[in-house]
Design a protein around this ligand. Structure first.
Ligand code: NAP
Length: 210
């Protein structure tokens, strides 16, 4: 699959590395594709990765990971232009700058707001409820960490489910995109446990059924 990743921070780098290792063709969409940081990232990913400015990076992608900070989300979407019909994986969390909470929730979510800013895009919320460390290795003993995803387009959700599997998570369908209203506060719980309750970022959510 051709995957474009907008943002070369912690999440973009971790998932890009994993997808390149799973033999997907990864193109990072960066504001500075020639920078030393981005060139090092490409070298880490091996021959399956490249970097371009955001608009060029997404041109032929089957799926686009949107991995920029929430405050930069709207501006980034405006700059890349029309995304109608494209599969857009939203991993953002609408965090307050001091990480003390989220600025949206319960009646709207970042996932739904991004869908409104990118009309016609098939937005799937995913990868927002685990840390970068867990994205790099979702295996805990015999268990795979859960990765929730939600969205309104069945085909786009299947694509994202496969990409979740390819990283090594156990995918759990959380329903329509409105479930972002639950997944984003869940991410806040994760951050609270990891950074304020002493769990650290090598922990993960796991759904069990019987
Ligand atoms: N960190 C986590 O553990 C984690 C977990 C789950 C979800 N998330 C969410 O995933 C998203 C990305 O998180 P992250 O930790 O990867 O963020 P990050 O390390 O801060 O990186 C974000 C990347 O976005 C790009 N970017 C585009 N416009 C930007 C702007 N105006 N200011 C700063 N960066 C800009 C930059 O790449 P270029 O310079 O190459 O353009 C930057 O490296 C966030 O929305 C976050 O809430 C994070």
């Amino acid at each position: 699959m051709q995957i474009a990743i907008l943002g070369t921070g912690g999440v973009g780098a971790a998932l890009g590395t994993r997808w390149a290792a799973a033999r997907h063709a990864v193109t990072f969409g960066s504001r500075a594709p020639g920078s030393e940081k981005v060139q090092q990232l490409i070298a880490t990913c091996g021959s399956n990765a490249s970097a371009k400015p955001p608009r060029e990076a997404i041109a032929t992608a089957d799926a686009i990971l949107f991995a920029v900070p929430w405050p930069a989300a709207r501006e980034t979407l405006v700059q890349i232009g029309d995304l109608s019909g494209r599969t857009l994986i939203d991993c953002t969390n609408p965090l307050l700058s001091d990480l003390s909470g989220i600025e949206l929730g319960h009646v709207i979510s970042a996932g739904e707001q991004i869908a409104a800013w990118a009309p016609g895009a098939k937005v799937v919320k995913a990868f927002n409820t685990a840390s970068v460390k867990v994205m790099l290795n979702p295996q805990f003993g015999d268990h795979r960490a859960t990765m929730f995803y939600c969205g309104d387009d069945a085909a786009a959700k299947l694509t994202v489910r496969q990409l979740i599997e390819d990283v090594g998570f156990d995918p759990v369908d959380a329903g329509s995109l409105t479930s972002s209203r639950y997944l984003e506060p869940l991410a806040m719980l994760y951050i609270h446990l990891a950074f304020r309750q002493g769990f650290g970022s090598n922990c993960a959510f796991k759904i069990m059924r019987r």
